[in-house]
Design a protein around this ligand. Structure first.
Ligand SMILES: NC(=O)c1ccc[n+]([C@@H]2O[C@H](COP(=O)([O-])OP(=O)(O)OC[C@H]3O[C@@H](n4cnc5c(N)ncnc54)[C@H](OP(=O)(O)O)[C@@H]3O)[C@@H](O)[C@H]2O)c1
Ligand SMILES: *[C@@H]1O[C@H](CO)[C@@H](O)[C@H](O)[C@H]1NC(C)=O
Ligand SMILES: *[C@@H]1O[C@H](CO)[C@@H](O)[C@H](O)[C@H]1NC(C)=O
Length: 329
């Protein structure tokens, strides 16, 4: 065998392909590491604080809950399935023995369920220091809930709108509190139309309804921040980046396979949780409100539609009407 053919079989053999893939993965991991906030350097202690995390049984919600508990917070895992919630609670408890965890059952697509949950929560905890609106769904075709809302918008936008508003008193009583909304870079591809909330308006594909619902969440962040100015409650939203979690579980098998293959190169839930934890913990964010942060933890302009105050106000008004806010509570 000539030297050349030996060389080329070495370069093109399966072994070298594997090495190439591993090198690529290593560089992606190094890149993530150098671009992520350093959690270990943050000394924030949460002893005596109460934190609520929605969708805490899976993906980034679980990682965030574990870290908050590790820092001494009493963490309410707000989950829709008692069984999945219990399992996550047991896992976190096993990982950190002193963790103070409580399971709360809430289906964010149901306004009735949110009201029941909020009533219970406010009785148990009149002061809440941190609310992480993390739960979301993706990949559903247009579906109406029994309450007449569109399922994706109900879960990803109306639910957090109502929950945040119902908990507002407890957040203000805490004197210094934070609300963190988990948005998504995909909101760039969304647009705002209040009609979508009830399944009306221009039809959306199963991807578009996710993009649009995330855009509404960001728009709301701005409006809420304006309304809470001077109360000691700050509200910000963040994009965790592309993260390998359960988020694609409602997609077809071909999408899931692609996601699975890409999992080798994208962030894992621990890395994906870093930007969310940054907004929840970082001392330098005291007093900062109404901002949208990129997955590298940098303040970024959200899409134009989410910066329009009039649009945000009108969306707020429509959401108040839909949820009967104020009339029932
Ligand atoms: N993964 C990404 O690449 C990515 C990118 C950008 C933004 N995000 C955002 O990051 C956040 C966390 O998602 P993830 O990636 O960690 O996904 P995940 O693993 O699917 O977690 C989502 C959580 O939300 C819960 N949930 C869904 N519908 C609910 C409802 N009606 N009531 C209560 N809880 C509900 C799920 O509970 P069940 O287990 O019961 O379904 C689950 O615990 C989401 O806001 C997502 O939009 C993710
Ligand atoms: C989060 O979004 C919800 C609903 O979209 C809204 O009620 C709340 O004010 C927002 N909070 C923040 C911090 O963005
Ligand atoms: C929203 O409602 C308030 C109070 O009812 C009203 O003053 C304001 O003009 C409304 N804003 C929009 C944009 O509809």
């Amino acid at each position: 065998m000539s030297l050349w053919s030996q060389f080329s079989s070495l370069v093109w053999g399966p072994g070298s392909v594997l090495i190439l893939v591993l090198l690529l993965r290593l560089s992606v991991q190094l890149w993530h590491k150098s671009h992520l906030w350093d959690l270990q350097c943050c000394s924030t202690d949460l002893t005596g604080k109460v934190a609520v995390v929605t969708g805490a049984n899976s993906g980034m919600g679980k990682v965030v809950s574990q870290e908050l508990a590790r820092r001494g917070a009493r963490v309410i895992l707000a989950c829709r399935s008692r069984e999945r919630g219990q399992q996550a609670l047991a896992e976190i408890q096993a990982a950190s023995k002193d963790a103070c965890l409580l399971l709360g059952e809430v289906d964010l697509s149901s306004m009735a369920s949110i009201r029941t949950f909020a009533r219970w929560l406010l009785e148990e905890y009149p002061e809440i220091h941190l609310l992480v609106n993390n739960a979301a769904i993706c990949g559903f075709p247009k579906t109406l809930t029994p309450e007449g809302l569109e399922l994706t918008f109900a879960t990803n936008y109306v639910g957090p709108f109502l929950l945040t508003n119902l908990l507002q008193g407890a957040l203000q009583r805490a004197e210094s509190a934070r609300v963190v909304n988990v948005s998504s870079f995909t909101q760039e591809r969304g647009y705002i139309d209040e009609e979508h909330l009830t399944g009306a308006g221009r039809p959306l594909t199963f991807n578009q309804n996710y993009y649009c619902s995330k855009l509404l969440l960001t728009s709301f962040t701005g409006e809420l921040a304006r309304r809470l100015q001077g109360t000691g409650v700050t509200v910000n939203s963040v994009d965790p980046g592309v993260v390998y979690t359960e988020i694609m579980k409602h997609f077809s098998w071909s999408y899931r396979l692609l996601f699975k293959l890409s999992s080798f190169f994208i962030k894992d839930p621990k890395q994906g949780a870093i930007p969310i934890l940054y907004l929840s913990l970082a001392k330098e964010l005291d007093g900062i409100s109404g901002k949208y942060f990129s997955s590298s933890c940098v303040i970024t302009h959200p899409p134009k539609a989410a910066q329009d105050h009039l649009v945000a106000q009108s969306l707020w008004n429509a959401s108040v009407q839909l949820t009967n806010l104020g009339k029932m509570d």
